[in-house]
Ligand binder design. Structure first.
Ligand code: AMP
Length: 649
């Protein structure tokens, strides 16, 4: 963030009715008439698809133009699920889905799964789970966002997710025989701002205009028709047990507006645990030790696959019979339920926590919706029905329910569902300029109005007395390609070292579409507020052009953003390393100082290039060099501090 003190400037206001007018015109001018070759029907609007971008599997759904019912898109083989797996093969060949899944065991380093777990996460966030990932997640001791290294290339989770979305887009276009450029994508209710923004960016990179990011439990409720009546007030529990994750969300719908009252769950609990429990049970029966299983990966893999088959079959039968290497294996429903019970009990404990957080009692829940493949397990159904004391919504395919709901939401946005009230939304994203001229979005486009968002920033230089806050509107990654709405200065920040001030910038778009921007330094209480008209001077064609530009330039924009972020990270690491070496010179070996300086020089050189992978690699190298002596000095500092002190507890 720049520290230049510039004269305060403000934009001229326009009529407060402009926003609603603009949205109306925009919709009219974007309407196109097309023919859907698959169904032979005329399409008034371009098809907007609903996408469930899952941790394990992803899928696309639409509202069928004739039946007006949500349907998932299936290939000729009847398969709707696309495994969320990406394989990087030889000669730059990338495959996604079932094809990529084949390489999970044989090529773990270049076959990427569970990308969703990395979206919007920093290195520190995923450190504890690093053994879960069989590919290389860069574990730098910093707050920066994670990257995945495949060969010599560094991929952001956004880029990786965009491969999955591109595949889904291509599939949908193949099935529908029409271009697909607009989508609604679902995310877990607990996803934070950064994770939602990352999902939006992934869509954009895949060539999709992401009209809205919808919470998965909201989508699941919509699929069951809950919340589609404007006069309805209901409290809903959505129980989502997938392959590797469990989420419980408590929602309240009032007049078509969904509010998340609480979420709870376990990001490492799901059907995979059932499979593992069966595998262990059978290995014990076969007299196989862990060492033997580790040594014989083929048997272990076969056992795991058979265990999953048994589990699935036991959802509709009471006994499973199979065999491995000539040995018969049997599992009854009763035996399976004993194995599954501890895991199901953990989900019920999460439900209790969610109810407590929402400050509700069981009788307050009006509806219970079941989502995720593992809710087919009869024990899970029985336990949830018993806990909530009511019948469950489980008639739809639990793998498809989120995508179906996303299609319902897409249809509402397309204006096809006239009975449903559409909330006013912000037509373009609103954000501020951050280091390197990057756009940091606070309120994404299509957020409902009124809308509020805030984020904390800090100073870059010691004793920095002020901050220039530049407000922009648009979808591009660099502010220079967006539209500047306002600029003002927060002055009077008391002298503090760089990074210490906490400047909270909050955006509020009120019911009239007026944006109020407030900047407050939390330690000193200094603050400044301005009002802006977000739509100032924009015609509907201009809004449309800005949206199209963001898609056309997505690839180069995201590349530029990644480069600027790598350069910024490099600068920060250079600054801190320089300071550290200066301060601790006496504790370092001459050899360490020399090798560090050489590595810093190399990084400084690479920084001015346009090769983000080379910058990233140089950052890694410098970190690898400084980590051992930084840790040594830390240990030394701790032992010095502890000397002479006795530990009493
Ligand atoms: P999801 O992540 O929602 O796609 O759920 C996938 C999980 O559902 C995997 O653990 C599957 O083994 C599990 N699953 C799929 N079908 C069944 C079934 N019929 N009975 C029990 N679990 C199932």
């Amino acid at each position: 963030m720049g520290c230049l003190v510039q004269p305060f400037s403000l934009f001229v206001n326009q009529s407060s009715h402009e926003l609603l007018f603009l949205l109306f015109v925009q919709k009219k001018s974007m309407a196109k008439i097309g023919i859907n070759i698959a169904t032979g029907s005329l399409q008034q609007q371009e098809m907007i698809v609903g996408i469930d971008l899952g941790t394990t599997n992803s899928l696309v759904a639409i509202i069928h133009p004739e039946s007006r019912k949500p349907v998932v898109l299936k290939e000729h083989d009847g398969n709707a699920l696309v495994p969320s797996v990406i394989h990087f093969g030889e000669a730059g060949l990338v495959s996604v889905g079932d094809e990529a899944k084949k390489y999970l065991v044989a090529e773990p380093h270049n076959t990427i799964f569970s990308v969703k777990r990395l979206m919007g996460k920093s290195y520190n966030d995923v450190r504890d789970y690093s053994s879960f990932f069989t590919y290389k997640v860069i574990d730098d001791n910093s707050e920066s966002l994670v990257k995945v290294q495949v060969g010599d290339t560094f991929y952001s989770p956004i880029e990786l997710s965009s491969y999955i979305l591109k595949e889904l887009k291509a599939r949908a276009e193949h099935i529908l025989k029409t271009p697909v450029t607009k989508a609604v994508i679902t995310v877990p209710a607990y996803f934070n701002d950064a994770q939602r923004q990352a999902t939006r960016d992934a869509g954009r990179l895949a060539g999709l205009d992401v009209l809205r990011i919808v919470n998965e439990p909201t989508a699941a409720s919509l699929a069951y028709g809950l919340g589609l009546r404007n006069d309805e007030t209901k409290t809903i529990a959505v129980y989502d047990l997938g392959g590797g994750t469990f989420d419980i969300s408590v929602l309240r719908i009032t007049g078509g507006i969904f509010e998340v009252l609480s979420t709870n769950g376990d990001t490492y609990l799901g059907g995979d645990d059932f499979d593992r429990a069966i595998t262990q049970y059978w290995s014990a029966k076969l007299g196989l030790t862990d060492e033997e299983l580790n040594a014989n990966k083929n048997i272990a893999q076969e056992l795991r696959l058979l265990a999953e088959e048994a589990k699935k079959q036991l959802s509709s039968t009471i006994e499973f019979k199979g065999s491995i290497a000539g040995e018969e294996l049997v599992l009854t429903r009763e035996e399976f339920e004993k194995l599954a019970k501890p895991f199901v009990d953990r989900t019920i404990q999460c439900c209790k926590n969610a109810m407590q957080d929402a400050q509700l009692s069981i009788t307050d829940i009006d509806e219970v919706v079941m989502v995720g493949g593992s809710t087919r397990v009869p024990l899970a159904k029985k336990s949830v029905a018993e806990f909530f004391g009511r019948a469950l919504h489980d008639s739809l395919n639990p793998d498809e329910v989120v995508a179906l709901g996303a299609a319902v939401q897409a249809d509402i946005l397309a204006g096809n569902n006239k009975d449903f009230l559409l909330l006013d939304i912000t037509p373009l994203s609103l954000g501020i300029e951050t280091m390197g001229g990057l756009m940091d979005v606070l309120i994404p486009r299509n957020s409902k109005i009124p809308s509020k968002a805030g984020r904390q920033y800090t100073t870059q230089k010691d004793g920095q007395p002020g901050m220039r806050i530049s407000v922009y509107q648009g979808e591009r990654d660099l502010v220079k390609d967006n539209r500047k709405l306002a600029e003002f200065n927060l002055t009077g920040i008391p002298g503090m070292p760089a990074g210490l001030p906490k400047v909270e910038i909050s955006f509020l778009v009120n019911a009239d579409g007026i944006l109020v921007v407030k900047a407050k330094e939390l330690r000193s209480g200094v603050e400044q507020t301005i009002e802006v008209k977000p739509q100032y001077g924009l015609t509907d064609e201009e809004v449309e052009k800005m949206l199209l530009d963001s898609i056309t330039h997505a690839k180069e924009d995201i590349k530029t953003r990644a480069l600027v972020e790598a350069q910024t990270e490099a600068q920060q690491i250079l600054d801190t390393t320089r300071l550290f070496v200066e301060k601790n010179k006496t504790f370092l070996l001459q050899e360490e100082i020399e090798i560090t300086e050489a590595s810093m020089k190399d990084l400084a050189q690479k920084m001015s290039s346009t090769d983000k992978d080379a910058i990233q690699a140089a950052i890694e190298k410098l970190n690898d060099i400084s980590r051992p002596y930084a840790e040594r000095l830390m240990d030394h500092a701790i032992s010095t501090a502890m000397k002479g002190k006795s530990i009493t507890e």
